[in-house]
Write a protein that binds this ligand. Structure first.
Ligand SMILES: *Cc1c(COP(=O)(O)O)cnc(C)c1O
Length: 306
């Protein structure tokens, strides 16, 4: 593995724009919305995944563990980024994938495979107990020693990495929003933010109230300035409707920012909806975090969903 290159790469994340969204709606409500464009951070290790992987890869390199193993669904942006990072820095990577193998591979897994990732498929019922001793020892029998990164990359090291995102936002804001899958990114924002700022996660899964406990577990100390909104999931993880697709397309036309319907589309849609409902005090400054994930669009197009 190439430790020096790894440390250099993560030592200086590319600067990305904080882009103001000049929409009439926000003028009318006397609020301002900015989007932190970390979708532009890197084509392959992008958005929040850069910050979630940072300290995990550094830790694995420090311990001289050459194999990284992690978990995800077949369209996981985390698996995609991990596979690329493995190739770039010289780790062997194993992706433990939920469900059966489907051939030909979808674009996400095809890319991961081309990066050298090896897959291990778990049935949905086994996947649910993926962290059990039984499954972990099975994986060790198969792959030997490895550095385990949880699903979505979310652990304490990921939280520390994500909290560094705050230093990249050089504006004094009242609200900071992000899309919430496992809650790791949100936990990082909460951990790093001053108590007078409100940090809000938009859950992209249905019945996601478990996220409150997940986030609390990832936080070392109790914090009160945060919230997760549970009603913008559009039917569940990776579910969406024509209204959301229409919103994403018109947003792209107006502001030249691409969103996808799994995470960032739901996030920005939610902020528009909240603004319409006068959720924000006049004078508020809102920042939304563009966590990337645009690689997933290709798979959705291939399934004729977009
Ligand atoms: C992984 C991902 C998220 C979810 O982040 P969590 O830390 O799991 O909540 C949000 N947006 C995009 C684009 C992602 O790929």
């Amino acid at each position: 593995m190439n430790k020096k290159e790894l440390l250099n790469y993560f030592d200086s994340p590319p600067v990305t724009p904080l882009q103001e969204i000049n929409d009439e709606l926000f003028n009318e409500k006397n609020i301002r919305l900015f989007i932190k464009r970390d979708d532009l951070i890197d084509n392959f290790i992008n958005g929040n995944k850069y910050f979630k992987l940072k300290y995990n890869l550094i830790e694995a390199a420090k311990d001289n563990i050459n194999t990284l193993l992690s978990f995800g669904g077949a369209y996981s942006n985390h698996i995609y980024s991990l596979a690329f990072a493995g190739k770039k820095f010289g780790f062997k990577t194993i992706g433990v994938i939920r469900g059966e193998e489907h051939l030909p591979l979808n674009p996400t897994l095809q890319f991961a495979k081309e990066c050298g990732m090896e897959f291990y498929y778990l049935s949905r019922s086994d996947y649910r107990k993926k962290y059990s001793d039984e499954i972990i020892s099975l994986l060790h029998k198969e792959f030997g020693d490895f550095y385990l990164i949880p699903e979505g990359g979310s652990n304490n090291l990921a939280v520390n990495g994500c909290s560094e995102i705050l230093q990249r936002i050089d504006i004094d804001y009242n609200y900071l929003f992000c899309a919430c899958g496992t809650g790791g990114t949100l936990a990082g924002f909460i951990k790093g933010a001053d108590s007078e700022k409100k940090i809000i996660g938009i859950a992209v899964l249905k019945n996601a109230s478990f996220l409150f406990d997940e986030v609390k577990k990832l936080l070392a100390s109790e914090k009160f300035n945060w919230e997760i909104l549970l009603d913008y999931h559009f039917g569940g993880y990776a579910k969406f409707n024509t209204e959301l697709v229409k919103f994403i397309k018109s947003f792209e036309t107006k502001f030249n920012i691409q969103l996808e319907p799994i995470y960032t589309g739901k996030l920005i849609y939610a902020i528009y909806d909240l603004a319409k409902k006068n959720y924000f005090k006049p004078g508020s400054i809102i920042v939304a975090y563009h966590s990337g994930g645009l690689q997933g669009l290709e798979g959705l197009r291939q399934r004729n969903l977009l």
